[in-house]
Design a binder for this molecule. Structure first.
Ligand code: SF4
Length: 474
């Protein structure tokens, strides 16, 4: 048997490229595949290096079905090896150069090559494997334990979730283990396309995603008794809710963010701007998109972000804001790590709220109030009732009294948000005296009220302003 498995070759999908890799005598890297890119001679093209390696070193002689089914082989990797086996052993026209032609090509480039019918099917299978690979940021410690690596699952999980720790010798997992993770999981990473810092210290981070779409995360350091950072993360590219006062609505709905994209907004922002002590971090799901229209990915992200071996941000330091998508609240209720809830109210009659927030046609104020009455509040938990004040639209004394009537009887905190200008320019903020009078009526009625301090206005990073574009290029 040792003769049979002397050399084994595989095609491995890594990020969006296809690589040939090999393992055999003298290549005992605890199960790691050795990538040809690591052995390129000076001045040699990667493709030529691979061809040389294959022809001079690999000398493919035979392949073992037993090897293909060994325990260390996980599904995605196995699929590719099985197909390699079929391609090499069953194809009568096999030439080593075919491997070379495959290596370092994107899937799109590979598709343009001339293939036999059987090989073309193989490409489709690679595409399926690529599409179905789980992102490394979503792999739990138990799953990472399955990797044939010296570092345990908890160790690898920590290194992935806390990239700043992975630089320290004690927490490093080493480049070979990292390469192993890369062969088994999607390890693509969000890229900061732009960041703009406001005079108040707020940083507006614009991320570019793999498909070129852009989303925003707002990093807001606060000097309170103990320094804290609030991160406002996005859940969708654009938004379908079409709230009249919101810049994001002008983008329309593009797509839901994946759970990995949501987690990476946090890890990349903390890695770049800190803090690395995550007990100083508050998370709010109030960025672009309606979080409860992407509830499965948002809840998966929350579970990862609160995992004790990773960032360990407890759910009580997370707040999820919704425009009132009541279907999604049931999914949240069942979460073991349920975030605090914020609901955008913004009007005190269904008529006005429908004008401002079309979702009201489906979920009226009565239904929202009923859902909040039956919400499973933790001890001391309050629902945050957000109210964007629009001059002459929803800022009258009657509005204040109706808002108080809505809130009283609920464990609540009414958060008043004077309107921040957006390119839609259909509204304006009330003068400071009107805001004060509105708040006074609420307080006299017995409501608990706070006023949100606008952060990042100068760089277009305040509530309702997020567009994933630099202001002035809208
Ligand atoms: S306010 Fe929120 S829910 Fe409404 S359009 Fe903007 S992002 Fe969407």
């Amino acid at each position: 048997m040792s003769e049979i498995i002397e050399v084994v070759a595989a095609l491995i999908v890594r990020e969006d490229r296809i690589f040939a890799a090999q393992r055999g005598p003298g290549r005992t890297h605890a199960g790691l595949w050795e990538f040809p890119g690591g052995k390129i001679e000076r001045g040699e093209a990667p493709r030529d290096a691979l061809s040389r390696e294959i022809q001079e070193e690999l000398h493919v002689r035979s392949y073992s079905r037993e090897f293909i089914s060994t325990r260390e082989t996980r599904d995605a990797d196995r699929t590719i090896r099985v197909h390699l086996y079929r391609t090499i052993v069953e194809s009568t026209a096999f030439e080593c150069t075919e491997h070379a032609r495959l290596a370092w090509l994107t899937l799109e480039e590979a598709r343009t090559l001339e293939w036999t019918q059987a090989d073309a099917a193989f490409l489709e299978d690679i595409a399926d494997v690529m599409a179905s690979r789980r992102h490394a940021m979503l792999a739990r410690p138990e799953a990472l334990d399955d990797l044939p690596a010296r570092a345990g699952g908890r160790h690898i999980f920590r290194a992935l979730q806390r990239p700043w720790d992975a630089q320290r010798p004690h927490y490093s997992i080493g480049h070979k283990c990292r390469a192993l993770v890369e062969t088994q999981y999607d390890t693509s990473c969000l890229h900061i396309a732009e960041s703009l810092q406001a005079p108040d210290g707020t940083t507006r981070i614009i991320y570019e995603l793999q498909d070129g779409a852009r989303v925003e995360t707002i990093h807001m350091p606060r000097d309170v008794k103990t320094p804290r950072v609030t991160l406002c993360v996005s859940s969708q590219v654009g938004c379908a809710m079409n709230c009249a006062f919101c810049a994001t609505a002008t983008l329309g709905f593009r797509r839901n963010l994946t759970a990995a994209e949501i987690v990476q907004q946090v890890t990349v922002a903390l890695d770049t701007y800190g803090p690395h002590e995550t007990h100083q971090v508050n998370l709010v799901f109030m960025g672009m998109g309606e979080a409860l229209m992407n509830v499965s990915h948002v809840t998966e992200a929350i579970e990862i972000l609160s995992h004790p071996y990773g960032l360990n941000i407890p759910a009580v330091r997370m707040t999820l804001s919704t425009s009132g998508v009541l279907d999604g609240l049931d999914a949240l209720k069942s979460l073991s790590c349920r975030p605090n809830l914020a609901v955008s109210i913004n009007a005190t009659t269904d008529d006005m709220r429908t004008r401002l927030m079309p979702i009201t046609r489906k979920y009226g104020l009565g239904a929202i109030r009923a859902a909040l009455e039956s919400w499973p509040y933790r001890p001391h938990e309050k629902v945050l009732l957000e109210y964007v004040l629009l001059s002459g639209v929803n800022d009258s004394d009657e509005d204040a009294r109706r808002l108080a009537a809505f809130a009283l009887g609920l464990p609540h905190n009414i958060n008043i948000i004077p309107y921040n200008a957006t390119p839609r320019d259909a509204f304006c903020a009330p003068p400071a005296e009107r805001v004060a009078a509105f708040i006074a009526i609420l307080q006299e009625a017995g409501c608990f009220v706070t006023q949100r301090v606008a952060r990042g206005v100068q760089v277009g990073g305040a509530c309702g302003q997020l567009l994933a574009k630099r202001a002035g290029r809208i």
